[in-house]
Design a protein around this ligand. Structure first.
Ligand code: ZN
Ligand code: ZN
Length: 289
């Protein structure tokens, strides 16, 4: 039992890594937001402050409601799984290719997790918060669930830990990937040529958030687009089909933070209560949204 009860591990994961990553992410996002606001000014466009306010409120709820708990749950499972790892894989300057391997594995796990979040109702209940943004501004990226534990995100990364990468490295790589994704939430950057083919760019991610028929369930990639090319979910942004952002069906009160954060969970709870049939209950939880 000792391996996951070691306070040293907890301290390292939650307080050192978690807070350091959180501080860096916060600084990065405020910096990116300022650049965006200035760019809106210079282009004489109105910055959507209401959208920004809702995003910040959702982020606050995410932090208060369980980001740390999520870290603890991930830590518990990750150190347990790591104890039973298949290999011991180290990432350092002598084994830089292990860093590349870890990056590719984490990016693939992100693709699977993200696609599952759009296909399984219970996971969608958390991810829908992110898709509630009606404008693509950098702050849309911090619309995160208030129930990260239920979102099950950590489960998708456990196979990488089992393979033999330390929980700290996996956590760090996933954090770096999420930090990269701040930057793809913007309407200001146009298509970027071949980069759009290889990487998750603002154009690709606008498609992902698009509710237009042609854009639904496309471009799940976190940093690389290769998984979307391989599994047939890639779609380019079309000049004559501007993506419309938000949820379908649209929320009656799209700026109500509680409706956004709790709405899908409320729907699931209602569905579960209103049926006595176990098959339809399972479908409500694990069927498509
Ligand atoms: Zn999504
Ligand atoms: Zn997004």
């Amino acid at each position: 039992m000792e391996w996951f009860l070691s306070t040293e591990h907890w301290y390292k994961l939650i307080f050192q890594e978690g807070y350091a990553a959180g501080r860096a992410a916060f600084a990065l996002i405020i910096f990116a937001m300022l650049i965006e606001v200035i760019a809106y000014r210079t282009q004489k466009k109105a910055y959507p402050w209401e959208e920004a306010r809702v995003s910040l409120a959702l982020m606050l709820g995410h932090l208060l409601a369980g980001a740390a708990v999520h870290g603890i749950i991930f830590g518990f499972f990750a150190y347990t799984v790591y104890h039973y790892r298949l290999f011991t894989l180290t990432v350092d300057m002598n084994h830089w290719y292990m860093g590349v391997l870890l990056f590719v594995l984490c990016d693939f796990a992100y693709y699977v997790m993200h696609r599952a979040s759009h296909s399984v109702n219970l996971l969608w209940a958390s991810h829908a918060v992110h898709h509630s943004a009606q404008r693509m501004i950098v702050l849309a990226s911090i619309r995160l669930t208030w129930f990260p534990v239920i979102s099950g995100v950590f489960l998708f990364y456990l196979p990488i830990v089992w393979l033999g990468f330390t929980p700290e490295w996996v956590y760090g790589m996933v954090s770096a990937s999420l930090a990269y994704q701040f930057a793809v939430h913007t309407e200001l950057v146009p298509r970027l040529g071949w980069l759009d083919y290889v990487f998750d760019t603002p154009s690709n991610h606008r498609v992902h958030h698009g509710t237009n028929d042609i854009y639904i369930n496309k471009n799940y990639g976190g940093i690389l687009m290769i998984w979307d090319h391989i599994f047939g979910t890639y779609q380019v942004e079309l000049a004559d089909n501007k993506p419309q952002f938000g949820l379908t069906p649209a929320l009656p009160r799209p700026s109500n933070v509680f409706d956004i954060a709790l709405g899908q969970f409320r729907n699931i709870a209602k569905g579960l209560v209103n049926t006595s049939n176990w098959k339809s209950r399972i479908n409500i939880l694990f069927g498509p949204p």
